[in-house]
Structure formats: structure tokens, C-alpha cells
Design a protein around this ligand. Structure first.
Ligand code: 5RP
Length: 231
């Protein structure tokens, strides 16, 4: 019998295990979206079944469904507007811990939840560490009305925006909007400036640039766990 070891999953698991050690009894916990967050949610579900007392706030319908199926009690930002700790993945992490997020399509709820979190812990495998953001496309969520013309305003910022598809139809986010994946040919030299320019465009909900938000990045690598902290 041949066993294949999925190294990337092991790295994600390492980061997720370290993150859930930061959860304390009584906390309000933001639950991220994506394959790495899903490992963390599974681990939280196990801890809850063993008696951990927390309330989760999911960043997507997928995370909500997973948490519910595991018996993790949930609350909302209306009831608990301040979150103790949010745990989420990322698509890219720069040396200053700025992020590109949202290739899983959940960027808006992630940004809302994580903006309300006292501490944001990002869990990644080491392939997500980049010298400069922008090797992957930047997701931007846009209101459906007039989205084609909104995308031309995005293009005027120097990128090529491509509508995210779900088969032969536009992908629709949990918020009922479309998402454009924007490729910047020369990467992103000034993420905070770009984030402001994108968010000024009427029709844009938000971009996947998470600037100055991550407090800690836990990185699973060949050498074990690496912990990066924002200075
Ligand atoms: C979803 C996200 C995810 O956190 C990001 O895409 C990373 O996902 P994965 O852990 O599957 O690599 O931002 O909107």
C-alpha cells in the first residue's frame, strides 16, 4: 500500500493547533473561512465537546454551517460587537504582516469581523509568505448593479480585473455581490494607499487588502511552527 503525505495539510494543522491554544474559556471567537480555518474550527469543535465555553462569530455561511454541525455555540456582532480573538487564514502575507485575503470569497465578512477583534491571528503554511503582496490576484467585492463599469474604474488603478465565475455564472458572495480578481502586473508596492483608492470607487464594498490588521501570523513550515508578530 502506498501512503501519500500531504505536507501542506500538516503545515496548516500545525498553525491551526497553535492558534486554538490562544483561546480561553469565555471568549468571543471570530471563525475564519477557508481550508486552514476549517481545520481550526474542527479543533475548536473538539474542545467545545470537551467542555470549552466560547461563543463563535463566523465569517461566512460555510463556517457557520461547519460550526453549527460541530455544536459550537454562535453569536452575532449585534449581540457581541467586540470579539476577543479571531482566527483566519490568508492568501498572502507580507513581511510587515499585511495580507491579501478573500480568494475563498468571504473577504467582506472576514474584514468586518476581524476589524472588531482585539486580536487577529492568521494561520498559514509557509507558501503564503511573500516579499511583496500581489503575486496572487487581489479579490474585490462589488455590488452587482453596474459591476462591469465599476470594474473599469478598478482597471484604471493599473490592474486587470476578472469577474470570478461559478461555472458559467458569476460567483455570488454570501452578501449577494460579485467579486473581481484583480491582477497587478508589478505587484502591490503600497497596500494601504491602494486599499484607500479601491475603496473610494462607488460600487466597491471592500478589497481583500487587510492592512495593519494581523497581530500574529502562525506559519507551518518544514522546520515546524514559526510565530511572526506585528511590531
Ligand atoms: C477566504 C480567505 C481564506 O482565509 C484564504 O483564501 C486562505 O484560504 P486557505 O486556508 O484555504 O488557503 O480569505 O475568503
Amino acid at each position: 500500500m502506498i501512503f501519500t503525505i500531504d505536507i501542506v495539510s500538516i503545515k496548516k494543522q500545525l498553525a491551526a493547533e497553535a492558534a486554538i491554544e490562544m483561546i480561553e474559556d469565555g471568549m468571543i471567537v471570530g471563525l475564519g473561512t477557508g481550508s486552514t480555518s476549517s481545520i481550526a474550527i474542527d479543533l475548536i469543535g473538539k474542545k467545545v465537546s470537551e467542555g470549552l465555553n466560547i461563543l463563535g462569530i463566523p465569517t461566512s455561511k460555510a463556517s457557520e454551517n461547519q460550526a453549527t454541525s460541530l455544536g459550537i455555540p454562535l453569536t452575532s456582532l449585534s449581540t457581541h460587537p467586540s470579539i476577543d480573538l479571531a482566527i483566519d487564514g490568508a492568501d498572502e502575507v507580507s513581511p510587515s504582516l499585511d495580507l491579501i485575503k478573500g480568494l475563498g470569497g468571504a473577504l467582506v465578512r472576514e474584514k468586518i469581523v476581524e476589524n472588531q477583534s482585539k486580536k487577529l491571528v492568521i494561520i498559514i503554511d509557509d507558501s503564503k509568505l511573500v516579499p511583496q503582496l500581489g503575486a496572487c490576484p487581489l479579490p474585490v467585492e462589488i455590488i452587482f448593479f453596474g459591476h462591469e463599469s465599476t470594474s473599469t474604474s478598478l482597471a484604471s488603478l493599473g490592474c486587470t480585473p476578472v469577474l470570478r465565475m461559478d461555472g458559467d455564472k458569476p460567483f455570488i458572495s454570501d452578501n449577494g455581490n460579485v467579486i473581481y480578481h484583480c491582477t497587478f502586473p508589478n505587484a502591490i508596492s503600497n497596500p494601504s494607499d491602494l486599499a484607500l483608492k479601491i475603496e473610494k470607487i462607488p460600487g466597491v464594498v471592500t478589497s481583500g487588502l487587510f492592512v495593519n490588521m494581523a497581530d500574529i501570523v502562525l506559519v507551518g513550515s518544514d522546520d515546524g511552527l514559526q510565530t511572526l508578530k506585528r511590531s
